[in-house]
Design a protein. Structure first.
Length: 261
């Protein structure tokens, strides 16, 4: 659940329910509240905004009727699925099994992440930059510890933090959907990529380069570094898959030779 601190502003308008609704809608639109995020309790929202709990409850009900939040009795209120519902489980499964679609996914990420890195270098706030630096530290520590799970988690969080720092609402929501699928291993297995890399050092260096360019406010270099990172991922996977095919053919040839002996 997100913290209520600094999230909402006090309400001083005549139309209280409209104002509460507008604030939450604005946070959703800006990508501050992403799908699946648990909202603070009615009491916390009420205290922060300086309005009555019945008014907050009415606003939440309105948001639920607009399909922007899901209210689960006994659990709380959650931001509803916003983008990922556009792809059905059947389509996601089909894409994950299709090699051409996989490279389409990388092509899409290359363009969007380059754009996000450029915007982040131009627009990132101090808090955004602090978050990016914190995630680079996490990536270094995970790499040093050889922790694949932590490395994968920090990798996705790092890219997501750059998109957030772009402050482009459409980009934030679209890429949030992509990263959710990536977290679930729909498109590729990061452990496979690290194996191709050898140690994961090249991936770490690429993330460092992207982060440094953003923190130095070098938008062109940030965009180029993001492009080269995705190019590396694509090239590595192609080489890895080619090697797997060669090994499969070799194993079949060896099996035939054994039969003929």
């Amino acid at each position: 659940m997100v913290s209520v601190n600094n999230l909402f502003e006090p309400i001083d308008h005549d139309t209280v329910v409209d104002s509460v609704t507008d604030q939450i809608e604005g946070l959703i639109l800006a990508g501050v509240l992403k799908e699946g995020t648990k909202l603070p309790s009615e009491r916390e929202i009420s205290d922060r905004m300086g309005v009555s709990r019945p008014k907050v409850r009415e606003a939440l009900k309105r948001l639920e009727e607009s399909n922007l939040i899901n209210i689960r009795h006994g659990e709380g209120s959650f931001i509803a699925p916003l983008i990922s519902a556009a792809m059905s489980p059947a389509l996601i499964n089909l894409i994950s099994r299709n090699q051409t679609a996989f490279y389409d996914y990388l092509e899409y990420r290359r363009v969007q992440e380059g754009f996000a890195a450029r915007l982040a270098a131009e627009r990132a706030t101090k808090l955004d930059l602090d978050r990016i630096e914190e995630l680079l530290v996490n990536l270094r520590e995970a790499q040093a510890a050889g922790d694949d799970s932590a490395s994968k988690k920090s990798d996705i969080a790092f890219h997501s933090s750059i998109v957030d720092a772009s402050h482009n609402a459409m980009l934030v929501h679209m890429m949030s959907s992509i990263y959710e699928l990536t977290k679930k291993g729909v498109f590729y297995n990061r452990e496979f990529l690290r194996a191709i890399d050898g140690t994961g050092e090249q991936l770490l260096e690429q993330h460092e380069e992207i982060g440094r360019a953003i923190m130095n406010r070098n938008s062109a270099k940030a965009e180029d570094a993001a492009h080269r990172h995705i190019d590396f991922v694509e090239t590595s996977f192609r080489l890895g898959q080619d090697q797997q095919r060669r090994e499969l053919i070799s194993s079949k040839l060896f099996a035939i030779q054994k039969i003929e002996e």
